[in-house]
Design a protein around this ligand. Structure first.
Ligand code: FCB
Length: 460
């Protein structure tokens, strides 16, 4: 018999989405163009040629979506604001209609008893700012503070949980160096600059949000991957340390007052023959502004092999794991492994190495394409198992003292999965894109019961 895993009484159970992935209405009511509008409208960028022009049409269907969340018993909803809906040119002129939309959404959530968690930046940079250089330029960080000020001034009386950025690694490296996300650049130096300005804009925005939204809690969301070497060879070990450094340590280290890790600075330095002069001495103090929580997004692990090395050992340290339907790489897919133990390890590592006051899992979930059966039921047992095993891993970490305060499943509903378009389905709710009908999958009904019981029975 498995024992029941109970969570603390005030544990927050929620779901997450982001503006560009669900809203649609890409050019309505005065919204400006974002880099994702531009990117998805450019042929050859998104795998199925699709766009977020309509997406889940949440911009028009939000009352229905709130009712759906309420019916599932969800306690909190993490969503992002579209910056160009609020500041169409990125700075300066405010589009009141944009603010009004989010104001109605917040009121609707509160009336339904659902706590809003706002993410300010989930990748839809105003195109006007990209035209001036985007995140590699310091003035984009200045514009972000203006946006954070406008948003928190108008919503901060009712919204008490703020996340400045979602996954700065994706917003910098994936977008400016690997070319997989908007704006699709391939310039590592630009990506490093972007990463710095993203972190800096976070640090500058924290006190502004606090001033506008008294008693609020402010944090940032990072994405982490469990990086593990393919073999015990020195080359694979070195390479793993490097990947962990550029992906994980670079961001968390600066945020927790330890500047950038010396090994990664040394790795990046050759990109900047004139020095890393975009980093100013006072920046580190700003970046390390005390926060109330760390948001953690976790999906999978990455097995690292140094393909160029001669001393590669043949043995495999970590056997292959089951995979979901999601993959890294757009055109050469590497499927994501399912690795709940990685979440346990990560939570321990973050807490014992960096000591955040509080942690929220701001995203965790999986893509399986499982669709309706002949009775219209969506039996996504694979997703249910994924969530169950990750919840159990999180619970185990909490037994070690990790201050995990809540869990947001990615995602409320199937949506536009960036460069993978509509070819992935991360939702616990099925979306029929022809009719926009939403149907809770088995995993949603199961999750609803977990919330009602405030706990779950783990796998045997
Ligand atoms: C994360 C993103 C989120 C979604 C999931 C699958 O990296 O934050 O928008 O795409 O991956």
């Amino acid at each position: 018999m498995s024992t029941f895993l109970s969570f603390p009484e005030d544990f927050v159970w929620g779901v997450a989405t982001s503006s560009y992935q669900i809203e649609g209405a890409w050019n309505e009511d005065g919204k400006g163009e974002s880099i994702w509008d531009r990117y998805s409208h450019t042929p050859g960028k998104v795998i199925d040629g699709s766009t977020g022009d309509v997406a889940c049409d949440h911009y028009h269907r939000w009352p229905e979506d709130i009712a759906l969340m309420k019916s599932l018993g969800l306690e909190a909803y993490r969503f992002s604001l579209s910056w160009p809906r609020i500041l169409p040119e990125g700075r300066g002129r405010i589009n009141q209609a944009g603010l009004d939309f989010y104001s109605r959404l917040v009121d609707g959530l509160l009336a339904a008893g659902i706590t809003p968690f706002i993410t300010l930046y989930h990748w839809d940079l105003p195109q006007a700012l990209q035209d001036e250089g985007g995140w590699p330029e310091r003035r984009t960080a200045e514009a972000f503070v203006e946006y954070a000020d406008a948003a928190s001034r108008h919503l901060g009386d009712r919204v008490k949980n703020w996340i400045t950025h979602n996954e700065p690694w994706c917003a910098s490296v994936l977008s400016y160096a690997l070319g997989e996300h908007a704006p699709g650049m391939r310039d590592m130096a630009a990506a490093v600059r972007a990463s710095h300005h993203l972190l800096l804009s976070h640090g500058w925005a924290v006190p502004v949000i606090r001033a506008n939204s008294p008693d609020s809690e402010v944090g940032i969301t990072l994405n982490f991957e469990a990086t593990e070497p393919a073999s015990s060879s020195p080359a694979d070990t070195r390479r793993t340390r490097l990947e962990d450094g550029t992906y994980n340590r670079w961001f968390v280290s600066a945020l927790f007052g330890r500047h950038y890790p010396a090994d990664i600075v040394a790795h990046y330095e050759p990109l900047f023959p004139n020095g890393m002069d975009f980093i100013q001495p006072a920046d580190f103090e700003a970046i390390a502004a005390p926060t109330d929580f760390l948001g953690v997004n976790y999906y999978t692990r990455r097995i690292v092999r140094d393909e160029t090395a001669e001393d590669n050992a043949p043995q495999t340290l970590f056997p292959d794991l089951p995979k979901c339907d999601m993959h890294s790489g757009v055109w050469e897919p590497v499927y994501w492994e399912i690795y709940p133990q990685g979440l346990y390890n990560l939570l321990n590592r973050l807490y014992f190495e960096y000591g955040p006051k509080k942690i929220y899992i701001t995203e965790n979930g999986t893509s399986f394409l499982t669709g309706p059966d002949e009775n219209g039921r969506i039996r996504d047992t694979n997703r249910l198992n994924y969530l169950r095993d990750h919840f159990a891993a999180a619970h185990r970490a909490m037994q070690n003292g990790v201050p995990l305060a809540g869990y947001f499943v990615w995602s409320l509903m199937d949506n536009f999965e960036w460069a993978k378009g509509y070819q992935q389905r991360f939702g616990i709710v099925w979306v029929d894109y022809d009719t926009q009908q939403r149907t809770p999958k088995e995993s949603a009904l199961w999750y609803s019961q977990v919330i009602a019981d405030n706990g779950l029975v783990p796998a045997m």
